[in-house]
Design a binder for this molecule. Structure first.
Ligand code: KIV
Length: 270
């Protein structure tokens, strides 16, 4: 009973879906219980993104991220939060093969982490899978535009929609995932007019990252906006400069240890 009550306090999938055209949806990534607890006070949903491969594990891309790593970080974020909807990314190779494989892996993620939804990349080509999962109790957030897991096919991390001839394909992707039952749609790395058109065309909220303010909500990678990533993409606004702050704290600590200033009187058990 008490755990049921706790679940009810969290933002639900229908609540996020119902925000279409309303107050902008606030979201950030998090991979870690302590930062998730802070983000939880302000975000409508938290994404345990597969960007954790680069941010937490020093990988070159998201391609090498295994399912078990997503589960491990997903559990930490669920444990650290109580309000926000938690969405866990399905990593490359865990859902593309068939709807059945996608269901098995997404159900494993949901059981092990207790998250409220999963996210997967791809438009029309993933529509059948999105329908299969949604009809079987797994809420899906879709992700189109610049899809990092397909960066090899796309020839790199390229802003989408610069050429107007490509718009129809992106619009068809948005329509296909909406009709298949996705409850929200991430638009990544997309020119503003295309993001605005898609936002106007679909009935589910669009969540922009590098896709302008003309979306129903925004998401950023937490470490990027906190200034912990030495390379800051153009679409990121830095809300903090934690990298230099952490470095200063670590170097002060090293100095104090070397000079025996730390631990001091106040840190001793007598
Ligand atoms: O993995 C990720 O961080 C993402 C973005 C949309 C934030 O998918």
């Amino acid at each position: 009973m008490s755990s049921q009550k706790q679940q009810i306090r969290r933002t639900t999938v229908p609540q996020i879906a119902g925000r279409k055209g309303g107050a902008p949806i606030v979201s950030l990534t998090s991979y870690h219980a302590h930062t998730a607890a802070i983000v939880d006070k302000y975000a409508d949903f938290i994404l345990v993104g597969d960007s954790l491969g680069m941010v937490m594990h020093g990988m070159d891309s998201t391609i090498g991220v295994p399912l078990e790593l997503m589960i491990m970080h997903g559990r930490a974020v669920v444990r650290g939060t109580e309000r926000a909807l938690i969405v866990v990314d399905m990593p490359f190779g865990s859902y593309e093969e068939s709807p059945g494989v996608a269901f098995r892996n997404a159900a494993h993620v949901m059981k092990e982490t207790q998250c409220g939804a999963v996210k997967l990349e791809g438009g029309a080509r993933m529509a059948e899978t999105i329908r299969f999962l949604s009809e079987r109790g797994i809420p899906v957030m879709a992700h189109i535009g610049l899809t990092p897991q397909s960066s090899h096919v796309m020839g790199g991390f390229k802003t989408q929609g610069r050429d107007e001839d490509s718009w129809a394909a992106h619009e068809a992707d948005a329509r296909a995932v909406t009709d298949a039952g996705a409850f929200a749609l991430v638009l990544e790395g997309m020119v503003e007019p295309l993001a605005a058109r898609i936002t106007g065309q679909v009935e589910i909220p669009t969540i922009g990252i590098g896709a302008s303010a003309r979306c129903d909500g925004q998401i950023l990678v937490l470490e990027d906006m906190l200034g912990m990533n030495p390379w800051v993409p153009k679409f990121v606004k830095k809300y903090g400069d934690l990298g230099p702050m952490i470095e200063k704290a670590v170097s002060d600590y090293a100095e104090d240890v070397k000079s025996r200033v730390f631990p001091g009187e106040e840190h001793l058990y007598r």
